[in-house]
Design a protein around this ligand. Structure first.
Ligand code: NAD
Length: 349
């Protein structure tokens, strides 16, 4: 029996997670052996326990087999001392989810590449960081600073996973950095180039992040495996939603060194549309496609869910964010989208 921890989070999190639960329950009906456990993270956890992630939740994470997380954050906590996003950074850091894989895939456009983002290092976590006051030009002035630190070991483990994955796919890997300016990127490029010596069958290329943003949109077919730092991976994967049609369509999987996995859509809590039942649940549902494959090893069910999602789109049904992407689109709600996917999943064919 596999235990799945469900953390809906904030904003559109509960709406998209509702669709995920619907689908998992149908998978159980179809024979999947799992148990759902529910808890809180982010703003909702601040409201309930005065902390974005509780110790109890971290303990629960240690005995479950896998986690689905909606998203965290929102206007409500803008001026709050405690930030919902700290819950997200903490679950990643404390459970050592060092790698985040974001598939950029779209069957009807023939797009299929993976962004491997380092997840617990770099500028999001390194110290020193802070906010301070200083006299500048005789004026008391606020200033703030963050630091980016990467060590060789952190880069090696991402590079090795990247090269190993490349061997199972199209044998090419592109490493994205800013080594014309940043010292951390210089080390990143040097280490990746060194590790490549052990993977001669894989073709290695390097791109600077600024040019990569253009190449990824114009020549996406040239890419297969991309490895990059925490900050660049965060921005690049959102940017690549231009290819798939909406930020709401991208799934992700994070892994740690104890084979625990965390599945989440790539988008945030979208407070501007929260509660309206219009959020796109595709990124979340595709995260379950990945979970079925990598945690449950249920390839057949995973494929069936994948095709059920795209079948809904092929009939022209989509949430409002994809209205200009899908031909002859018929706009439906988050709930209706989940119901239609569920319908196709349960159809005998
Ligand atoms: P966002 O991803 O929440 O939203 C950006 C834009 O995309 C918005 O217009 C939103 O409506 C739209 N969008 C996002 N997901 C969508 C979906 N599923 N369907 C339809 N439209 C969707 O990013 P943001 O506005 O920069 O951040 C909002 C909050 O989310 C902030 O508090 C931020 O810190 C947080 N955040 C959380 C995560 C996470 O939980 N993993 C990631 C990024 C941002």
């Amino acid at each position: 029996m596999i235990n799945i921890l469900i953390l809906p989070g904030d904003g559109i999190g509960p709406e998209i997670t509702k669709q995920v639960i619907k689908i998992i329950k149908s998978c159980i009906f179809l024979g999947l052996k799992c148990k759902l456990i529910y808890n809180y993270i982010g703003g909702i956890s601040i409201e309930k326990f005065n902390i974005p992630i509780s110790d109890k939740l971290l303990k629960i994470c240690n005995y479950v087999d896998t986690i689905f997380l909606g998203c965290v954050g929102g206007y409500k906590w803008k001026n709050c001392y405690l930030k919902p996003e700290e819950g997200l950074l903490d679950i990643r850091k404390k459970l050592n989810f060092f790698l985040n894989i974001r598939p950029i895939k779209c069957p009807y456009k023939n797009i299929d590449f993976l962004i491997l983002r380092e997840l617990i290092g770099g500028i999001y976590f390194s110290k020193p960081k802070g906010l301070s006051k200083q006299i500048i030009n005789s004026i008391p002035t606020w200033y703030s600073y963050n630091t980016e630190v990467y060590n060789e070991q952190e880069i090696i483990r991402i590079a090795r996973i990247g090269f190993n994955l490349a061997k199972t796919r199209k044998q090419k890997l592109c490493s994205i950095d800013k080594s014309n300016v940043l010292d951390t990127s210089k080390l990143w490029r040097k280490v990746v180039t060194y590790i490549h010596k052990f993977y001669n069958e894989v073709k290695l290329s390097h791109l600077y992040i600024d040019f990569a943003t253009i190449e990824l949109i114009k020549k996406y077919n040239n890419f297969d495996i991309i490895i990059t730092s925490n900050l660049f991976g965060d921005i690049l994967s959102d940017h690549c939603s231009l290819l798939t049609g909406s930020l709401g369509t991208l799934p992700s999987i994070s892994i740690n060194n104890k084979s625990l996995s965390l599945f989440e859509p790539a988008h945030g809590s979208a407070p501007d549309i929260a509660g309206l039942n219009i959020a796109n649940p595709i990124g979340s549902l595709l995260s379950i496609v990945l979970m079925l494959e990598f945690v449950f090893n249920c390839i057949k069910l995973s494929n069936k869910l994948y095709y059920s999602i795209y079948k809904v789109l092929s009939y022209g049904f989509c949430t409002i964010d994809m209205k200009n992407i899908i031909k002859n689109s018929k706009i439906i709600s988050t709930n209706e989208f989940g119901d239609l996917v569920n319908h196709f999943l349960l159809l005998n064919d």
